[in-house]
Design a binder for this molecule. Structure first.
Ligand SMILES: Nc1ncnc2c1ncn2[C@@H]1O[C@H](COP(=O)(O)OP(=O)(O)OP(=O)(O)O)[C@@H](O)[C@H]1O
Ligand SMILES: [Mg+2]
Length: 632
């Protein structure tokens, strides 16, 4: 009997778990019979943790201790725009951790975003176990195609904390295409238009009998149904300010009420041409009397409020189609994913843009989890599986002089992929070299996402420029970046150490797992009667928790400190020899004094341009074979 492995759509607002057995794909509903469960976590005064719709109800009554939209913050640096935005609108406390990481402070306890996501995953695991009547330890978890390495790694960590072996991190649109086309013998080119709670993704895929190839993918992590709600909130708050002279935005309690009312009005507009908003006693005005909001919003009015958001999604579509080298008319189908795609204005706009009716036979809330379940089953069953060909959504770049970035792996390259570069030392008897790795499309390092600084040591020391270290940059099938180095003289693998990352170190992760944080989740499934889909299968379900292998990149990351980082500025310079690094030019260019100054200011920002770790593949060294390089 095959093992049970589930597919999990870990969403910003809602999550969904599904399983595929003997070709039957089934969404596993929660204890309340709902196909999706709110991705919301509430911490009670007694330390117990509630997840799901029961927790969501606490957003109004207990806003400080109720965490929602954690996915918007996972894998991000504290100084990122997304964190600033969340600080402005969320009632829970967002604080800075070591290495510019992010923690949520609830009732004096600090939680990483991976832990909070793990609590949601734990609830989904319990839902699946209650429905399947056995232990569930393996899962495929989906992420937006546009997630970078930090976000994917943190999601994988969340799975591990929840006691799940993450078989694969799968892109949401790829999962949707699998659910749509798997086993149907199709030969089509499709677009997956995924407008979720917090993110928008568009992917163009080629679907064959057993090959699902992503041709291009693009996205906007700042665009989703939450933004639609914000437009309604603004409308209501502005009107209230004008009529009652009270700014509801300054009252967290009123704001949460506005948010819930706006969201439900929006949902109403997916089935009706008008929605009634009623919020009794939302605030008290100057004379001490309570005031309510009562208003009708028409679809026409709502459409005008959100049209620019929808148009923004098409800009991203233009980009993806262009990268895939096709035009909208070349597509055989458009698959809709995500709650907001139920809105007529979204469907109509999509129809107009793609010049065809979008597919409506797949449920936009369940399709991603179903695809993940299909893939999970194929990974544990070995055989008969679809062959997935995914691409990396973001270019992998290395930092070079002058705050510039040099691509190593271009975006939309099929993964897994490995690219090698050779580096050498800058000083005699140098003991370590370091390279800063970024993901993103900008030529400026500061506009890309820093994945980490990789430091190599353990190679045979030599005179400057004589040591050759082959560094390979790999993006695996999970979209996770691995960096390895080999000393060419000895053939020995140099030890790789990540010295800067926003994620949890292996030590921290192990501590969290040992603490059994997710055991505190009072899962709703505990009170529900298990409803095994098939008693016989349930008996053979795996009972033991299997620990996954070591997580790449974060190993030994507990050593990452600003101090180590600044030291690396001085010691760990490397020259990319394959790109034509010129040692003499490098010496002229390199202001060693400036670097020393930087090391003295240990507290300085890691993004000070001047402190850029040196990779001399850049034009500053005349390494660029293209004459055009000089103007940058
Ligand atoms: N019937 C509906 N009409 C309009 N919007 C809806 C409807 N149902 C849900 N939504 C909205 O969909 C959004 C959540 O979408 P969904 O559950 O697909 O996102 P998610 O998967 O949690 O997020 P993401 O994919 O960004 O991680 C919310 O903004 C919610 O208000
Ligand atoms: Mg989603």
């Amino acid at each position: 009997m095959a093992e049970i492995a589930v597919g999990i759509d870990l969403g910003t607002s809602n999550s969904c778990v599904a399983t595929s057995r003997d070709g039957d794909v089934e969404v596993l509903p929660n204890a309340y019979g709902e196909a999706t469960t709110a991705s919301v976590v509430n911490l009670a005064a007694d330390g117990s943790i509630t997840v799901g719709n029961a927790a969501k109800a606490n957003i109004i009554h207990d806003p400080k201790n109720t965490v929602y939209s954690a996915k918007r913050l996972i894998g991000r640096y504290f100084f990122s725009d997304e964190v600033k935005k969340a600080q402005a609108i969320c009632s829970y406390e967002i604080v800075e951790a070591e290495n510019h990481g992010v923690r949520i402070k609830v009732r004096e306890e600090l939680f990483s975003l991976a832990e909070l996501s793990a609590m949601v995953l734990r609830e989904l695991k319990s839902i699946a176990e209650a429905r399947l009547g056995g232990s569930v330890t393996k899962a495929v978890i989906t992420v937006p195609a546009y997630f970078n390495d930090n976000q994917r790694q943190a999601t994988k960590d969340a799975g591990r904390i929840a006691g799940l072996e993450v078989l694969r991190i799968l892109n949401e649109p790829t999962a949707a295409a699998l659910a749509y086309g798997f086993g149907k013998g199709l030969n089509q080119r499709v677009a997956v238009y995924d407008l979720g709670g917090g993110t928008f993704d568009i992917s163009v895929l080629e679907i064959g009998e057993d090959v699902f190839e992503v041709l291009a993918t693009s996205g906007d992590t700042f665009l989703g149904g939450d933004d639609f709600d914000d437009r309604l909130i603004d409308l209501l708050a502005d009107e209230f300010l004008a009529s009652e002279k009270v700014n509801l935005r300054n009252d967290p309690y009123a704001l949460e009420k506005l948010k819930l009312a706006s969201e439900s009005a929006k949902k109403q507009l997916s089935v009706d041409a008008r929605a009634e908003i009623r919020i009794p006693d939302i605030a008290t005005v100057a004379d001490g009397s309570p005031r309510s909001i009562e208003r009708v919003v028409t679809a026409e009015e709502f459409n005008a409020l959100v049209m620019d958001l929808i148009m923004r999604s098409f800009k991203v579509c233009d980009e993806a189609l262009q990268q895939a080298g096709i035009i909208a008319r070349d597509l055989d189908g458009v698959i809709l994913v995500g709650g907001p795609t139920r809105l007529p204005i979204v469907r109509d706009s999509v129809r107009e843009y793609f010049q065809q009716d979008p597919k409506t036979d797949v449920d936009p809330d369940e399709v991603v989890a179903m695809g993940a379940a299909i893939h999970a089953a194929s990974l544990v069953n070995q055989g008969g599986d679809a062959y997935l060909l995914d691409v990396t959504p973001l270019s992998l770049q290395i930092g070079v002089a002058g705050g510039l970035a040099e691509p190593v792996i271009e975006r939309n390259t099929p993964v897994p992929i490995e690219q090698s570069r050779t580096f050498t030392t800058f000083k005699d008897h140098q003991e370590a070299v370091a390279i800063r790795v970024y993901q993103g499309e900008s030529r400026e390092t500061s506009e890309n996402e820093l994945l980490g600084q990789f430091e190599f040591s353990g190679f045979e020391k030599g005179r400057r420029g004589e040591v050759a270290i082959d560094v390979s940059f790999e993006i695996d099938t999970d979209g996770i970046v691995n960096v390895t180095a080999r000393d060419r003289a000895t053939g020995q693998a140099a030890s790789t150490r990540i010295t800067l990352s926003s994620g949890l170190s292996e030590g921290e992760l192990q501590q969290i797992i040992d603490d059994g944080i997710t055991d505190r989740v009072a899962t709703s499934a505990e009170t529900a009667q298990p409803v095994p889909l098939d008693e016989a299968d349930a008996d053979t379900a795996p009972e033991t928790l299997e620990a996954p292998g070591p997580v790449p990149l974060t190993e030994d990351a507990d050593t990452c400190e600003m101090k180590a980082y600044a030291q690396a500025d001085i010691d760990a310079l490397a020259i990319d020899t394959e790109a034509g690094g010129d040692l003499a030019a490098l010496e002229e260019d390199l202001d060693v004094d400036a670097l020393s100054d930087d090391a003295d200011g240990l507290g300085s920002s890691i993004f000070d341009d001047d402190d850029a770790l040196f990779d001399p593949a850049g034009e500053d060294l005349g390494a660029d074979p293209e004459p055009s390089g000089g103007e940058r």
